[in-house]
Every structure is written in C-alpha cells, then in structure tokens.
Write a protein that binds this ligand. Structure first.
Ligand code: UDP
Length: 236
C-alpha cells in the first residue's frame, strides 16, 4: 500500500491517504513537543521506537478482543491503519498520581489511586485541550452519551490489559492517553500508545522512562525510550 496525499501533519505524526479510501498510513516522526507546543525538540529515532511499541501494543489489544485501527506495520516509521473519523475527545486513564492530577488536585506524586480515574479532555490545541465532563462533550457535539460510555468502558478494559503487560516487564503504567474514532459504525482505538502518550516508571526504582524526561529536561531521553522498546518487544 502506497501513500498518496498527506491528509494531516500533527506534532508527532503525519497521516497520508492511500489508494484505498478505507486505509491511511501513519508516519511516526522524531519531533517532540510538550506543554501544548511551548517546548519543541527532537528525540533521535523516536518515530521508529514509537511505531514499533504501538504496533506491538495494538496487536496485544486485538488479541484481547479490543478493536484498533492497526492493519499492519509497513516499515520502521509507517503504520497502515483503518481510516477513522476521529472523536475529538482525549481519554486519559490514571493509576498513579502524576502530571496534571498533582497540579490540579494536590495529590502527592506517586500516590497509588484506589481505583483508576478516567478523564475526558476536548481535543483542541487552540483551547489547550480543556478537561471536560460528559455534559460538556455532548453540548459541544463531539460525542454522544452512548459513545462516551463506550470510550470509558473501552479505556478501562485497555488499562487492565496494559497494566498487567507492563508489570510483567517491570514497568508501572502510571497514566496514559487514548484516542478513538468511528469506522463503519464501530468505535476503534486509534492514534498511538507509546512513551509519548504514557507515563511509565521502573517498577523497582520509579525511574521515569517516558516523555517526562523530555518535558522536564531530565536527560537520557533516547535511552529511556529504547529501554521501554526493549522491555516491550524483547521480553516475550
Ligand atoms: N497526554 C498525552 N497528550 C496530551 C496530554 C496528555 O499523551 O495532549 C498523556 C501524558 O503523556 C500522560 C497522560 O496523558 O501520560 C496524562 O497527562 P496529564 O493530564 O498529566 O498532562 P501533562 O502533565 O502530561 O500535560
């Protein structure tokens, strides 16, 4: 399958149309952004690493009966995907307090939550992706109540699968962000799951092995991404 016209260029990926209107190709870039584009940089080979990790995790989820947009990994940086009508809701799942949960509600970082928290954010860079509840999402027309309920249940099911998968690889799944889209009357998981979109801490040392190393200039960014890739892909 070949790329035709570029449909979209995002912060970390480009999306291309193909000869088949049902399929698109996601090309993973090395560009990194944080704090809604205020911090910019590149992480060497991040695109290759994130494509490999995402393909592996989407395949795992498919085996667990969770439908995703993945068709196949085409090359180092290219993922062949079903063409989704993206739902403008970012779904965040949290197992351990970090990031905006600490800032907004005063949790101590690292507090293990009694029950996972699922949050919805409006996917809109111009508005800084504001936190929203179901009423906001319905009023904005971005999703129906039924769809939001599917998103929440799907996010919880994905969390259960991923939490165990990462724990088996000595990683704590602190929190992560998911995006979904509509395709032929079904809701599929889209986008990517990678150290760009998850917080992952070493199970024993709590060392951060994710984009927080880039966000907060902690150093060792590339090494952290390749360590996650090694644990995800090689420890089978
Ligand atoms: N996240 C993401 N994209 C976003 C916002 C958040 O992938 O636009 C991920 C982030 O990497 C983390 C989780 O969602 O794993 C929760 O992020 P949080 O709300 O704490 O925001 P942050 O502190 O990352 O801005």
């Amino acid at each position: 399958m070949k790329k035709t016209t570029q449909l979209y260029e995002g912060k970390a990926k480009k999306v291309f149309l193909t000869e088949d209107s049902n399929l698109v190709i996601q090309e993973f870039k090395d560009d990194a952004t944080a704090f809604n584009n205020k911090k910019k940089g590149t992480i060497a080979d991040k695109g290759v690493v994130n494509n490999a990790i995402s393909c592996k995790l989407f395949t795992l989820l498919e085996h667990e009966g969770i439908h995703t947009h993945l068709v196949e990994k085409l090359s180092d940086r290219d993922m062949l995907c079903r063409h989704l009508d993206i739902i403008k809701v970012e779904v965040v799942v949290r197992n351990i307090a970090a990031g905006s949960l600490v800032k907004r509600y005063g949790f101590a970082e690292g507090t293990v939550l009694a029950k996972p928290i699922v949050e919805f954010y409006l996917k809109d860079d111009d508005l800084d992706d504001p936190l929203m509840n179901e009423s906001h999402a319905v009023a904005l027309g971005v999703a129906t109540l039924e769809e939001l309920s599917v998103l929440k249940n799907r996010a919880e099911a994905i969390n259960a699968v991923l939490k165990k998968f990462f724990a088996d690889r000595k990683l704590k799944l602190v929190d992560f962000k998911l995006e979904f889209g509509r395709h032929n009357g079904e809701i599929l998981l889209g986008d990517e799951i990678s150290p760009d979109t998850c917080r992952l801490w070493d199970l024993e040392t709590n060392e951060k092995l994710d984009k927080d190393r880039f966000r907060f200039d902690l150093g060792g960014v590339e090494d952290a991404y390749s360590e996650v890739q090694r644990r995800v892909l090689e420890l089978d």
